[in-house]
Write a protein that binds this ligand. Structure first.
Ligand SMILES: [Zn+2]
Length: 65
């Protein structure tokens, strides 16, 4: 079968950070985590960014359902 060209090439993103989870309005923990994420992104520490994103997601799931 022809499976050679079934997918289009995805556009290349240049150092675009992943969509950050949105901080919950008025939540200090969210704001602190987002601040940490921003700092890590500025430092180019993408593994830390991913870690903080997971932490934000976990915090939101527990606190802001
Ligand atoms: Zn929060």
């Amino acid at each position: 079968m022809d499976d050679a060209k079934t997918t289009m090439a995805a556009p290349v993103h240049l150092m675009d950070p992943p969509e950050p989870p949105k901080p919950h309005k008025g939540c200090d923990v969210c704001r602190a985590l987002v601040g940490e994420r921003t700092e890590a992104a500025r430092a180019g520490d993408w593994s830390k960014v991913a870690d903080v994103n997971v932490e934000i997601g976990r915090h939101r799931a527990g606190r802001h359902k």
